[in-house]
Write a protein that binds this ligand. Sequence first.
Ligand code: ADP
Length: 458
Amino acid sequence: MSVSDSQKTKRIIRRPERAQDFIVLTVGSAGLLALLIASGALGIVEGIMAAIVLIAGALAYYVGSVPPAPRIETIGEPSGAESDVGTSIQALVHALPFPACYISPEGRVQFANQQASSLFRINKIEGALKSVIIRQPDVLSATERVAQTGAGERIEFQTGEGDELWLAHLTQGPEAGSVFIVMEDRTAVHRAERARADFLANASHELRTPLTALAGFIETMLGPARNDRDSWDGFLEIMHQQTDRMRHLVADLLSLSRIEFSEHRAPDTVIDFSEVLSRTILSLQPIANDANVRLELSGMDRPIPITAKWDEIAQVVQNLVSNAIKYSPADGEVRVEIGMAPSMSEASRLATRHRHEATRSTLLQPRASSEVPAAWMRVEDKGQGIARQHLSRLGERFYRVDESRGGEIEGTGLGLAIVKHIMARHRGGLAVASREGDGASFGVWLPVAEESEDQDDD
Ligand code: ADP
């Protein structure tokens, strides 16, 4: 037997053993990773990174090229082993659901998936120098460190106009000096964290203001004004207003959290929008009388079936109509109109018609198709209106235009946020049209109940 023949035989004998080792190694590692991910000890992204490295290592072993580490050449004819490893890495990078790339020891982006091209906003990434593609200095220097030391790193970076936050996971690849980068979009998580922190700060601030006032009056009544009973009536009046303010705030916060909790569950009962409106308006009539504001109603003469939660739709009516009364001048008029339209887009137009030319802002885009028949409501007042720059921010929690007007009208800044959440749950929309000095029209619209549901209810 010649030397080459004996080598060939050796190769043939070793292959099944290596195949067995490869399968045991891969299945064992996959099992271990699954256990770690299931127990929460490892995140999904870290798990995927570890899986890539383990599979690439196992493949490299399988094709008989460890040690030494395989070289993956892009220029010239690759050997069978090298092209096997290269093909596997390429397949892995392209199969990942996140932006991912593989940096060769020469510092080029050897493989990159479509998501990475979109993230870096460059069509052809593969083959380019990493410094041309990765324009975040922190990530670039981390690739150098990982290539040299082999120790994995995680680096946060911003893209877009600074409004997107990403986390780059860098791990050494199977070749010495190569680096895998997988990028995780943290924008939504980051925004949610910031919104939660803002919300807590705002809620505590709003509660602290009336509490400080109450504490101040109690101290005065126990101290300097202890024997001046005549001044107590005035103090008690203000204390009563402040406790009322806290009560409203706590009630609004509770409504908001209750609605948020059930936002992902669509309502399933068919109710009559006209009936909800006429009953809720009845309960608002005394407030309108106190403020000397006339309520003009129209469109309630026929049933409008909607798949909705009664209490929540009543709250939408209450919040919008009580705002219109609150922001109307004495002797003012609030018009409330409801109706049905052949499509959501037509309903959206009708819901924000305004007496005169006005600026319109959609505060919530409906999730329902724009083609389905829809119910709509418009609440129009003749108050001082809202300046154009504030319109798109209405519906943000605690956003109040009045703060800039000197805060002469009491409010929590949560009423419209509640309306927005309720309409989102009902797959509906919310919009406003207004011109400063010329009143405001707030409109909501949502799909009408399907006929089958309508009949079920009868
Ligand atoms: P608030 O409890 O402060 O009324 P909302 O969330 O209901 O909270 O409203 C947010 C802000 O939008 C209000 O502070 C007010 O500045 C403005 N706003 C709401 N409705 C009207 C309206 N009909 N006319 C003028 N401004 C309004």
